[in-house]
Design a protein around this ligand. Structure first.
Ligand SMILES: CC(C)(COP(=O)(O)OP(=O)(O)OC[C@H]1O[C@@H](n2cnc3c(N)ncnc32)[C@H](O)[C@@H]1OP(=O)(O)O)[C@@H](O)C(=O)NCCC(=O)NCCS
Length: 156
C-alpha cells in the first residue's frame, strides 16, 4: 500500500535503511532526509509491507512542474510493481497540485530505472553529458525524462 509519508524520525530511519541498501556510499544520510522533509516543496510517498517501509519516492512540486528526486525499493522487494505504484501515486499527486509535467534525471546506464520510467510513460527529452560528478555506473550522463500530466498537446 502506498501512502503519503509524514515526517517522523521513525520514518526517516526506515528511509535511510532503504537508501543505504539501494545506493551504498551515495545514499542520502539521515540529515539529508530530515532536511528534505523540511523543504516546503518536497513530498514523500512510501510503500508499506505491514509496518515496514520497503520502497519510497520523493518529489518536489514547484509550481507547474514536479521534479522526482528519488525512487528506491529494497532489493528483496523488486520486480513486484512497487516502484510503478509509487510513480503512479506521485503522478496523481502532482496532477492534483496542478502540475503539467513530472521530470527526472536518471543515469543513462541505470537500465532498471530507465526501463521503469519508460514503462510508466516517461519519455526521454534530452541527455545531459557528464551530469553526475561521479557515478557508480559506467556512464556519468543523465537522461532527462518527462511525463506529461496535462491533456494539452506539447508545444512544438
Ligand atoms: C529502479 C527500481 C526503483 C525499480 O523498482 P521495482 O519496484 O523493482 O520496479 P517495478 O517492479 O515497478 O518494475 C516496473 C518495470 O520496470 C522495469 N524494470 C524494473 N527492474 C528492472 C530490471 N532489473 N531490469 C530491467 N527492467 C527493469 C521493467 O520494465 C518492469 O516491468 P516488468 O517487471 O513487468 O518487466 C529499483 O530497481 C531500485 O530501487 N533500484 C535502485 C535505486 C535506483 O536506481 N533508483 C532510481 C534512481 S533514478
Amino acid at each position: 500500500m502506498v501512502t503519503k509519508t509524514e515526517f517522523s524520525m521513525q520514518n526517516v530511519f526506515q528511509l535511510a535503511n532503504i537508501e543505504k541498501a539501494c545506493f551504498g556510499k551515495d545514499a542520502w544520510t539521515i540529515n539529508n532526509l530530515v532536511s528534505e522533509f523540511h523543504n516546503e516543496f518536497s513530498h514523500f510517498f512510501s510503500y508499506w509491507d505491514g509496518d515496514k517501509i520497503v520502497g519510497y519516492a520523493c518529489v518536489r512540486i514547484m509550481y507547474e512542474e514536479a521534479q522526482i528526486c528519488n525512487v528506491a525499493v529494497l532489493p528483496q522487494y523488486r520486480r513486484r510493481g512497487i516502484a510503478t505504484q509509487l510513480l503512479s501515486a506521485v503522478g496523481d499527486f502532482a496532477k492534483d497540485c496542478g502540475c503539467e509535467r513530472c521530470e527526472l534525471e536518471v543515469n543513462t546506464a541505470n537500465t532498471p530505472a530507465v526501463q521503469l520510467y519508460a514503462k510508466c510513460n516517461y519519455a526521454v527529452e534530452g541527455t545531459r553529458v557528464n551530469f553526475y560528478r561521479k557515478s557508480r555506473y559506467p556512464s556519468r550522463d543523465a537522461y532527462t525524462m518527462v511525463l506529461r500530466l496535462s491533456d494539452e498537446p506539447a508545444e512544438q
